[in-house]
Design a protein around this ligand. Structure first.
Ligand code: BGP
Length: 465
């Protein structure tokens, strides 16, 4: 069936500074945690696939913006790297600022609206060494950074976002051990998530102040981008399964929806955390601070649903309390490359949750995409990558978005993640997301994959077929 998206529905590309820019140590840029990890991991260094190079965007940005425009897109989201914009004293580094001024200028010239994330997992290393997100000092440093960025680019940028996926860094850096420095402490993750929430609220407060001062565009908006994977449990759940569902949804989704719409954190989740022996490090006056956290709208990154069941034990091997365990849905369809379930209806379910529980909330799909391993094997005789699976993936998700809008969801647009192949945090260039290939062997040359023509058709007609 053919579905149509509203005329003013926007289409864009999502990316981040650390995953694309390269130039990790030019123009006075400080080291961030990714640079440090690459520096300590000799293999990444020899493969030249660390955060050092990204996809060489700093040398290809004009070409890339033209590619986005050529595919019928009207907007793109990237992030400012804190470690590039500010020096170690928290003052603007003019060379770093000059790059972003140039990028936003080039975007406007191309007719693309820049959406700017202020933080995409990239803490400056010197702050990390002083305690990172476990320390309240980092929240203050973040607020200063936000203020400096807003005053620097306030007249150029309309759409601001405080954080990208604020649950993911606590999870991967402090709890599940996937990211440098690979800690396995739920306690640390809770502290980090709480402090990031405080930092978000302080950042929004600085935004409101900058607005009052006339430092921003009158049409500016502030938001936050979260990975709102809807949580599901078994079809015939036990009490314990429902409890696992409550906590999983509470910690990853409701936490941020409440902060972003009510300026508070869900009391039941805070109580459970205290009962598990991992309380949030609340200070007197924090409730007032968090009240500033209400934003104008939200970005939802959607890749996969989250399926959970009651845990089979109380603690994991590191002694962390367990409140849920993964549940394998019998009907699940997998993207084997990334190890993620493909479930397009999840985005519809998120839209219905917002419609019913947060009816005034506007949102957009700020990331969605499919990363495939070994794509270079799928070339035709002309050398072009034949990626029909990407068309299927995006078509199915856009179809559910169109249905959600028909059923009352306030979803305003769609940004595809990794429209031009880029560097991934823990997988380097293993899984490729792009509609456009980046050839690492040929000087980072850009080449459209087969799917690009389909994308252009959809972005220009708004018909999903
Ligand atoms: C999101 C991040 C992105 C991006 C994407 C794809 O969680 O916001 O930065 O990396 O996931 O994930 P990955 O690169 O791990 O395959």
């Amino acid at each position: 069936a053919e579905l149509t998206l509203p005329e003013n529905f926007f289409f864009g590309a999502a990316m981040s500074g650390p995953q694309t820019e390269g130039g990790w140590n030019v123009g006075g840029k400080l080291e961030n945690v990714w640079d440090t990890w690459s520096n300590e991991d000799i293999e990444a260094f020899y493969n030249r696939v660390g955060s050092y190079v990204g996809n060489d965007f700093m040398h290809h940005y004009k070409e890339d913006l033209a590619i986005l425009k050529g595919l019928g897109l009207d907007s793109f989201r990237t992030s400012i790297q804190w470690s590039r914009l500010l020096d170690a004293d928290g003052n603007v580094n003019p060379e770093g600022a000059a790059w972003y001024h140039e990028l936003f200028r080039a975007a406007r010239e191309e007719g693309l609206e820049p959406f700017v994330t202020l933080y995409h997992f990239d803490l400056p290393t010197f702050l990390f060494r002083r305690g990172g997100w476990e320390s309240r000092e980092t929240c203050e440093a973040y607020a200063n950074y936000v203020e400096k960025a807003l005053h620097e680019f306030g007249k150029e940028v309309r759409y601001w976002f405080t954080f990208n996926e604020p649950s993911v860094e606590p999870e991967n850096r402090y709890w599940h051990g996937g990211w440098y420095p690979q800690h396995h402490s739920f306690r640390e993750a809770v502290v980090a998530q709480y402090n990031i929430s405080i930092a978000h609220a302080l950042g929004v407060a600085r935004y409101r102040a900058a607005r009052e001062e006339g430092a921003l565009r009158p049409d500016a908006r502030i938001g936050i981008v979260c990975n709102f994977s809807p949580s599901y449990t078994k079809e015939d759940p036990s009490e314990a399964d429902l409890e696992a569902l409550r906590m999983n949804d509470g910690l990853t989704t409701r936490w941020w929806l409440d902060l972003a719409t009510k300026g508070s954190l869900p009391a039941d989740v805070l109580e459970t955390l205290a009962r598990l022996g991992t309380p949030v490090p609340a200070r007197p006056g924090d409730e007032e601070v968090l009240r500033s956290g209400v934003v104008d709208w939200l970005g939802c990154n959607y890749y996969q649903p989250c399926r959970v069941q009651a845990p089979s034990r109380d603690h994991d091997e590191w002694g962390n309390p367990l409140f849920a365990e993964p549940y394998v849905w019998p009907e699940r369809v997998m993207n084997e490359s990334r190890g993620w379930e493909i479930y397009p209806k999840g985005i519809y379910d998120f839209g219905m949750k917002c419609r019913d529980e947060y009816p005034d909330l506007e949102w957009f799909v700020s990331e969605n995409g499919i990363g495939i391993e070994g794509e270079y094997k799928n070339r035709d005789e002309s050398g072009q990558i034949q990626d029909d699976y990407r068309v299927d993936f995006v078509r199915d998700h856009l179809s559910w978005i169109a249905r959600a809008i028909d059923d009352g969801a306030k979803c305003r647009g769609y940004h595809y993640w990794g429209l031009i192949d880029n560097w991934s945090w823990a997988n380097a260039f293993k899984n490729r997301y792009g509609f456009v290939e980046v050839d690492l062997m040929e000087n980072y040359e850009r080449r459209p994959k087969k799917s690009a023509a389909w994308l252009k058709e959809v972005t220009t007609t708004h018909v999903v077929k």
